[in-house]
Design a protein around this ligand. Structure first.
Ligand code: PLP
Length: 265
């Protein structure tokens, strides 16, 4: 098979041994969307459908070596960043991006799991904010946006205000997810690039409350579409549509819904 047209994505993320989130989910998404996936593991988590039981970060040296090994050998069209866990790991990325400025970085601002475990140490938040200026897109949910901006978010207007504050941290685009808001039938996400603000609306599906890995799937889908040459707006809109289809196809395994990414979309 000729590989001239194959686009590539690198995920820098934690391992979820239950397969619904983390780099395992990212690699499934990359394959489904037809891009070749590379990975650099930041942390090994221990989890199942009931929640995250433990996590061990990889050493900063090993994280740095994994990323350098990929960069020195392959052309990377987009990068997705997920769970980083430690300040040291955040600093590894800051140092790499200071010397080498890859385009198309999608930062999923992973702070905590839906089951309540911290996936980024509290002492890492300030360094983490510095990472944002190297990225094309950040994809916070409203809980994460609260931590990053310090503002309360309880209405659509608050979401829009939060997007303006988040953009000042330095990303080109903010895609703020509304899934944690108290929306009844329609979930509203906000896309904001500094001039254009779009309300992205989707039906709230019943499984949504008990599903695992939605943030990972969305951010890796956005990275895949960027790798394939879509602009920031289209990558977000197509990524969100892809996520909705994945939620519709989710299956129950153990006590939560997980993605069953079988079909090409
Ligand atoms: N495990 C890993 C490795 C993750 O990256 C994430 C989220 O990004 C989670 C678990 C938590 O996923 P959720 O909050 O959807 O349960």
């Amino acid at each position: 098979m000729k590989n001239k047209k194959i686009k590539t994505c690198l995920t820098i993320a934690g391992s979820d041994n239950s397969g619904g989130a983390g780099l395992q989910a990212d690699l499934k998404v990359f394959s489904l969307l037809g891009v070749f996936g590379f990975s650099a593991i930041t942390s090994i988590t221990v989890q199942n459908s009931k929640g995250v039981k433990a996590s061990i970060p990889v050493s900063p040296n090993i994280l740095e070596s994994q990323i350098n090994a990929i960069f020195e050998d392959f052309k990377i069209n987009a990068i997705k960043i997920g769970m980083l866990q430690t300040k040291e790991n955040v600093e590894v990325l800051l140092n790499i991006f200071k010397n080498y400025r890859p385009k198309n970085i999608v930062l999923d601002t992973v702070l905590k799991s839906s089951s309540g475990k911290y996936l980024l140490d509290k002492n890492a938040i300030e360094s983490f904010k510095k990472l944002i200026k190297f990225t094309a897109i950040i994809t916070p949910n409203t809980e994460e946006a609260k931590v990053l901006t310090g503002i309360e978010i309880s209405s659509l207007d608050d979401m829009k205000f939060a997007c303006e504050k988040l953009l000042k941290l330095g990303a080109k685009v903010v895609y703020l997810k509304g899934g944690h808001m108290d929306f009844k039938e329609t979930i509203v996400d906000i896309f904001f690039d500094g001039s254009k603000m779009i309300e992205v609306k989707y039906e709230k599906l019943p499984v949504k409350e008990n599903i695992h890995g939605t943030g990972c799937v969305l951010s890796s889908a956005i990275a895949s579409f960027l790798a394939k040459g879509e602009n920031l707006e289209n990558a977000c809109l197509k990524g969100r549509k892809f996520l909705q289809n994945q939620i519709k196809n989710a299956i129950k395994l153990g006590s939560r819904y997980l993605y069953m990414p079988l079909t090409q979309q």
